[in-house]
Ligand binder design. Sequence first.
Ligand code: ADP
Ligand code: MG
Length: 582
Amino acid sequence: MMTERPIVGIDLGTTHSLCAVFRDGQPELIPNALAHTLTPSVVGVLPDGHIVVGQAARELQVAHPDRAVACFKRWMGTERRVEIGGQSFDSQELSSLVLRSLREDAENYLDTAVVDAVITVPAYFNDHQRKATKLAGRMAGLNVRRIINEPTAAALTYGFHDRQAEKKLIVIDLGGGTFDVTVMDVFEGALEIVSTAGETQLGGEDFTTRLMAQVLKTQSRQLENCEMQHPLFVSRLREKCEAAKRALGRQTSTSVAIPEDDGRFRDPAPTITISREDAGQWFQPLVQRLARPISRALRDARLEAAEITEVILVGGATRDRTVREFVSQFFDCQPHATVNPDEVVALGAAVQAALITDDRAVEDMVMTDVCPFTLGVQVVKQFGNKEVPGYYLPVIHRNTTIPVSREEVVATTRANQREVEVQIYQGESRKVSDNLRLGALSVPDIPAGPAGQPVHIRFTYDLNGILEVEAYLPQTGKKFNTVLTNHVEGLSPQELSSALVRMQQIKFYPRDNVRHQRLLRFAEKAIGEVSPFQRDELEAAVDGFEHAMEAGDRELFEQMRESLLLTLSALGLPMQDVDDER
Ligand code: ADP
Ligand code: MG
């Protein structure tokens, strides 16, 4: 059964994004305009200023690295901007373009308006990054009903399919740019996230980078100098190394063709051979970094590796053999990957959507999550009569079940201190300087009096992983909570509305155009293959179609498209399903 307005589940990944929906008692993936379920998280700007997203942008990137950008999730929530094709974007805006493209695909597939969404983020995404993700959703015209952690979503997929089991699972998610570990307990339909840990700067892309560095080394070059290299050289070499990395999963050795300095390939191009052993050794330093977050998640869950009943692999990079070997050794068992590791997060987001709409198919499921990091405030410590600021007082400890609301009491340190500036941090260090500052809350109008006037500070961490901070003065009954809520979107109302307007004005390439461009390219290629006496007819059909694409007359366009498709099939060259380029 499907409610009137569906809530879609979106896995907004570093390298790929997916969209799913819960229908007829099942989570189901939504294909994009090219009939693929994976949309590359790549945005490009065409010479005419139009934006392309996904496969088209990825193709653009290989040929014109300066016209497209990928992996922007890595700088989500930061001020960093990139310029591509003469337009400047931050990560939030780029993510919103990906979301918009997914939304349009979903609307087309479901044949209804799509407004509501659940979006997944790495568990280790901090407050800024979560808010930026929410805002990206808003810019894409989505009402983000819930932000959930990617490993939680993965666990939901497994929990949905195997509800009555009683087990302790660990989800190991190594994606393109991030690594997440989650320990969970499944018991009679109740899924409880027990602990989570991870690293925001470790993923499959680092494996590719490592391979590139080693390949360049054999050429007596350094990757660090890449900035000085021709951008085409770097993008083409990266593409080759990515393919080599994947090939090593299937075969014991592979070769990498090295482009010339300007990025072109000589024929034949010089190649170097990489064996699985070599790659395994090069990857060791990266693989070793998996151990720490795994151990920490286990420690927080008070479990030994041997007590884990099932290890679940998620994320494309867990296909790597070195990673699998490491995980099997660590847990002394074969990990599970019964659900496709690329799809499990998006499917789980759809299960979460079903939980929100109280779908009958999930009525016996209960799900609890945790706050993945410690949240607290800065305090001053007293040593004799010396006061030292900069210490961290945790208010919500990491891996506390959410939603949660906790209070701590701090106090003024000076007589007649009328104001306290509450500095809010996230992190695990003893000193605030090593933690991430999330914001501040100013508490004025404290009644005059000796030092030690109490200020109650309450932190509320919701299911989206977004924090609200309140301060309460028991002496006067006054409450303050404005600061962080104002920061919820990281922007002032004016900034927000101008950002929304800007995103709406972007000339987005209509989704159908991607398909039509492909048909055009296919037909153009076919011209060279047909016999000379068939050529005229096909050429005329191609010309007509190309012209109609630009003319903007819908009826004419449909006619021309039809006629081109007919001509092609009459020539024995039917347009294959667009799935040919995966
Ligand atoms: P994200 O969720 O961050 O977008 P994915 O789960 O899609 O990431 O994983 C993408 C990463 O997986 C990329 O770095 C890619 O190189 C890597 N990857 C995909 N397939 C393979 C494979 N067969 N072997 C090794 N790595 C792979
Ligand atoms: Mg992912």
